[in-house]
Every structure is written in C-alpha cells, then in structure tokens.
Design a protein around this ligand. Sequence first.
Ligand code: RB5
Length: 158
Amino acid sequence: MRWYVGSDHGGVALRDLLVAHLRTHGHEVLAVLGPAHEGESVDYPDVAMEVCDRTLADEGSLALLVCGTGQGMAMSANRRRGIRAALVSDVFSARMAREHNDANALCMGQRVLGPGLATDLLDAFVRARFSGGRHARRVGKIEAITAGDGRPAEADRS
Ligand code: RB5
C-alpha cells in the first residue's frame, strides 16, 4: 500500500515508529510530513491538509496522521472532501473503519496510545478490506453531504 504520513510536534515519535513499521512490512511511504523533532511546534491542520491533498491526488493511497490525541488531525482531515478519517484507539474500530466506512485516513494520538497498541491498530486497518454493498451506499451518502451545502437532502432526513 502507498501511504502519506504526517504529524505535528505531539506525534513525532509515534509517527516515526509507525513509518518504520510500515516500511518493515513492505509498504511504500511516499512522504513523511511535519516536524523532525517534538521541539518544533507546528499547527496540526496545516500538516493534515498537506497529507490529505497528497493522498487525494494519488488514488488508492492512504493517509496516516498523528498528533497528541489524534483529535485535531481527524477533525481537520474530515473537512477535506473525499477523505474519510478514522480516529482509533481499539482494534475492532480500526478494522471496522475500513470494512464499513471505507476509511482512507487513519488518525492516532501519541499521548493516548502505547507503541504496541498503535502498531496493532495499524495492522488491523491494513488487513481489513471495504465490504461494499449496503456500506457503499452509506459511504456515498457521506460524500453527498459534503458535495452540496453540507446538509442532507430533504428526502434523507427522515
Ligand atoms: C498539541 O499540543 C496538541 O494540541 C495536538 O497535538 C493535538 O493533540 C490536537 O488535537
């Protein structure tokens, strides 16, 4: 799989650990964005947008975003049309985010997770495949929301 990865200063160590994990397991990591060390403070939305734009420009690639909690990265990434970012801290959700939601961005919090759990989350996300079917219809509705004025069509509100 092809990955675009980024973190702010709150996620540098976990980002680098996960990049090493991906490369060890044969993944292509095409960009690692964000500060080189945790002393260099940056704003997570800037990194999230850059990573999301590169991911969207490379069909089939995935984004991995890390900050202190993962929350800011997930909130930012989900503002980009076409990005479905999942903030995860349990293995079941990491798997289901792909199987049911066709997530194309994985977000984690360095201050929340230990390295063992974080790599398990990444592995679960990588192994899972989108189920399609009724889930494709629902994911299509997510994209339809962001394609218009942000509000569901009248018929969909019931
Ligand atoms: C940075 O201090 C911290 O706010 C950031 O890494 C992240 O946790 C935000 O959601």
